[in-house]
Design a protein around this ligand. Structure first.
Ligand SMILES: [Zn+2]
Length: 311
């Protein structure tokens, strides 16, 4: 039996999972990240988690493990950049984890892990049964990111930025973005951007879920959600014209807004797609918080939807 081991390295917790050959989880385990205690402490926590997983499951330590984490790694040593767990930035995480764990390590960012798990085990599983099928997995939350999966593999691109649609421009939008550009997708349809839009018009601070729920009675709430739906259509239409994926899955907090899955939302995307029909499924995720750690485990093996778990 070959087991798939994965670890989701987050800012507050580190979660591990072991999947069997049919991608069924056989063990989940978590420890605190303790990022205030520094980089060395995080390496130790991961090492202890792996030992604990082996002990609890009775499964021998693996030869290789997948790690998912926000941010990017660069170069042969896997130096971290853009992580919100700031003590990881500038550190050779890949090299150090290989040394500490004494095994082969694959590291991917959390958006790519989400895309891999949801496409192969979750919402996109049926569409991915077709040979050569491609999925675009979106993180739409505090930030906006994404990952591309084709034939069970993450498409990373020449510089590791494939799928990063959050900093594409939306036509007609000019708000400055932290990245130095203007009118980025993230400045319009991220959760904070939409909540800020509502607050600037209404002088009231509401969370996006409350804004979405108030659409029937609050014209500014409706305007905010209309802005989400129309801008999402523009932004996703541009991506679809490049990738032409078989399925799109929307994760992150904004992905829970039901107005993104209506006929009106589909029309808003279709209006920007260079084709006379628009039949690509745009789906909410199925795996919840588990997508990150399952995606990390799938980094170890050629995932095929034929072997994916069935509920
Ligand atoms: Zn930007």
């Amino acid at each position: 039996m070959s087991w798939l081991w994965g670890i989701d390295l987050g800012g507050t917790k580190i979660e591990g999972a072991i999947l069997d050959a049919s991608m069924q989880p056989v063990l989940r385990e978590r420890v605190d990240t303790g990022q205030d205690r520094g980089y060395g402490h995080i390496l130790m926590q991961i090492s202890e988690l792996v030992a604990k997983m082996s002990e609890k499951s009775g499964i021998a330590r693996p030869d290789r493990i997948g790690i998912g984490t926000p941010g990017r790694t660069e170069g042969p040593d896997g130096v971290v950049k853009n992580s919100n767990t700031v003590c990881l930035n500038g550190m050779p995480l890949l090299k150090d984890l290989r040394e500490v764990l004494q095994m082969e390590v694959a590291i991917e960012n959390d958006a790519n892990c989400f895309a891999l798990a949801e496409s192969m085990m979750g919402a996109g599983r049926d569409e991915m049964l077709v040979p050569g099928a491609m999925a675009f997995g979106i993180i739409l939350g505090t930030g906006v990111g994404g990952g591309i999966v084709s034939d069970g593999r993450i498409i990373r691109g020449a510089h590791g930025i494939a799928g990063e649609w959050g900093h594409n421009p939306i036509p007609g939008e000019y708000a400055p973005c932290y990245c130095g550009r203007q009118g980025c997708v993230e400045t319009v349809i991220s959760g904070p951007a939409l909540e800020g839009f509502y607050a600037s018009m209404s002088r009231r601070h509401l969370g996006l879920r409350e804004i979405a729920a108030a659409c029937g009675r609050d014209p500014i709430a409706k305007m905010t959600i209309d802005r989400l739906v129309s801008s999402f259509g523009k932004a996703l239409g541009a991506v679809i014209n490049i990738l032409d994926p078989d399925v799109v899955i929307i994760g992150g907090g904004v992905g829970n807004i039901r107005q993104l899955y209506t006929a009106e939302a589909r029309q808003s995307i279709a209006a920007h797609v260079f084709n006379h029909t628009f039949d690509i499924p745009v789906l909410p995720p199925l795996l919840g918080d588990s997508a990150g750690v399952f995606g990390a485990a799938l980094l170890n093996g050629p995932a095929t939807p034929e072997t994916a778990m069935r509920d």
